[in-house]
Design a protein around this ligand. Structure first.
Ligand code: 4NP
Length: 155
């Protein structure tokens, strides 16, 4: 089976995309496909470069058996569009920023992550950064559903 290289992208790379990296890697490994995927995450913004994920994201993921603590935030780089087969945006703003950055011939790799869910055209993973802890549960539920659907599409 060929390898799929997937980059999950949000704004800060401390909430949504680290959770997507952790959850997708977890469901792929559970299904016996750990070797099939190279998975990373990045942010369009530079504020949190080098930082671990938001403690609320780490705690919410840990409660589901997923460890995000070793992740460190980085910014999306133009070379990522060559290095990855899929560049999956969490929301429409991330999607627009990525399309601006994508070198010629690579824009087809840029998608909204939740477009892989059935009947979810344009659906976004909402930014939980300024909300309460329950926002992280809603986001994790969406990310888990999106990850399982994406995995099924690619395997
Ligand atoms: P994320 O959440 O994009 O899911 O990582 C955010 C984290 C930080 C900021 C915005 C969103 N911020 O403005 O610092």
């Amino acid at each position: 089976m060929s390898t799929h290289r997937i980059l999950f992208v949000c704004l800060g790379n401390i909430c949504r995309s680290p959770m997507a990296e952790g959850v997708f890697s977890h469901v792929a490994a559970e299904a016996g496909h750990a070797e099939t995927f190279i998975v990373e995450s990045a942010g369009t913004g530079a504020w949190h470069i080098g930082n671990p994920p938001d403690p609320r994201a780490v705690a919410a993921a840990r409660a589901r058996g997923i460890d995000l603590s070793a992740q460190r935030a980085r910014q999306v780089h133009v070379k990522d569009f060559e290095a990855f087969d899929l560049v999956l945006a969490m929301d429409g703003s991330n999607h627009a920023d990525l399309l601006q950055m994508a070198p010629e011939g690579h824009a087809h790799k840029v998608r909204l992550f939740l477009d892989h869910l059935p009947q979810s055209g344009g659906r976004e993973v909402p930014d939980p950064y300024y909300g309460g802890d329950d926002g992280f549960e809603v986001v994790l539920d969406l990310i888990e559903a999106g990850s399982r659907t994406l995995l099924a599409r690619l395997t």
